[in-house]
Design a protein around this ligand. Structure first.
Ligand code: ATP
Length: 233
């Protein structure tokens, strides 16, 4: 579904992504794990078209994403939940969901919102509440719901567990698995390697802008180097 080959991304003189290649197949949960600054967010932003690679290629469903602006990437079926959620703080929950539906015809929006409320009952309870007053976990649900409003085939999630209490992290990971079982392919960036690898079909380990290991979630959980560096020994 997504094929990233040999990308190199720079911030001025900083070479943030070095010859990175990976792929995500239809129906999978694939995770990119790595420490702070490894290049995980930069990779997602490059796939979304927010940043550009100097080399290589990014193909989504057989089509090159080269030169395609981010809003068109969403229309192709690829949605991105950014690090820090970035919900529209002054808008209500429902208005945030409507913003996520800009690629869809007006006639489909009410049904789309009903679907999201079914999956996230908490958002339904809070639908008139201003997003800035939601808890961190609720904001994460809203950011995911907003992205799902575009009916993506591939959902990219950047550190959904960040700043959440363990019980909420589990809830968010359950929701990710449910979305996947319902047919959405997932590319998950996480610092919480233990949780991410435990739900992922496959994973890639990024270190200072390079892929240093890959395998199934189970293989990486058992890998001695991965255990030592990312799983607390
Ligand atoms: P984190 O989990 O801390 O978000 P990450 O793996 O997502 O880390 P990136 O945010 O992709 O890492 O950063 C990769 C590298 O690029 C880091 O060295 C970072 O300092 C650098 N970088 C990121 N954004 C910028 C920017 N806007 N300008 C300059 N350097 C940047």
């Amino acid at each position: 579904m997504l094929k990233v080959e040999n990308i190199n991304v720079y911030y001025g003189a900083i070479h943030a992504i070095k010859n990175v290649s990976f792929e995500v197949n239809d129906g999978e949960i694939v995770t990119l794990i790595g420490a702070n600054g490894a290049g995980k967010s930069t990779t997602l932003q490059t796939v979304s078209g927010l940043l550009h690679s100097h080399t290589g290629s990014i193909e989504f469903m057989g089509k090159s994403l080269a030169g395609i602006p981010p809003h068109k990437v969403v229309s192709l079926g690829l949605a991105h939940v950014p690090e820090g959620r970035r919900v529209f703080l002054q808008m209500s929950v429902e208005e945030n969901l409507e913003m996520g539906a800009y690629t869809r015809p007006n006639s489909e929006i009410a049904d789309g919102i009903a679907d999201i409320y079914q999956r996230f009952p908490r958002l339904k309870e809070r639908r008139k509440q201003v997003a800035g007053t939601l808890s961190g976990g609720e904001q994460q649900m809203l950011a995911m719901g907003r992205a799902m409003m575009s009916k993506p085939k591939l959902l990219m999630l950047d550190e959904p567990s960040m700043g959440l209490a363990p019980i909420l992290v589990e809830q968010i990971f359950d929701i990710i698995q449910e979305l996947n079982r319902a047919g959405t392919t997932i590319l998950l960036v996480e610092q919480n390697a233990q949780m991410a690898l435990s739900i992922a079909h496959r994973g890639y380990v990024l270190e200072t802008g390079k892929v240093v290991a890959t395998g199934t979630g189970e293989q990486l959980l058992e890998d001695e180097a991965v255990k030592k560096a990312y799983l607390g020994g």
